[in-house]
Design a protein around this ligand. Sequence first.
Ligand SMILES: [Zn+2]
Length: 145
Amino acid sequence: MPPLQRYRKRRKAQEPNKNELKVARGEAETRHRTQAGTLRERFPHVTRLELDLRMVTPAGATLQQEHRLIQGGAPLLLDIPCQGGCGNGLFLLTQVVEEMLPVRQELREGMGLCQGISYADPKALCNTKLIYRIEASYSPTSSQS
Ligand SMILES: [Zn+2]
């Protein structure tokens, strides 16, 4: 066996964890803002959206706790800036909502981990957590018969 063979590692496709949120930089937020419509414009069958959010440091301290209610004409801007040690992380909760609303999912819980670069150590990731619970209410489906 030639020794070089050993270095041909097979690259495993990284499967993203469904519960993990993507985190982007500030520019993405600007892009999202300009594209964001209101809840009613984008998902007319959704009557209300309730979010429970908790942001937690890697050590477990709560940075932010928030309850949000979004209805009708409110803009669908759900990307949450990271309050941890990175300054530019963004939890892309809009994407989660965009996945659940078209299929009338009523409840979704999960967690995102900030992939921003830590201020304190440029070699480390921020790793601030966002724990979320999203509840959606839908208007009744039109008659089925
Ligand atoms: Zn962060």
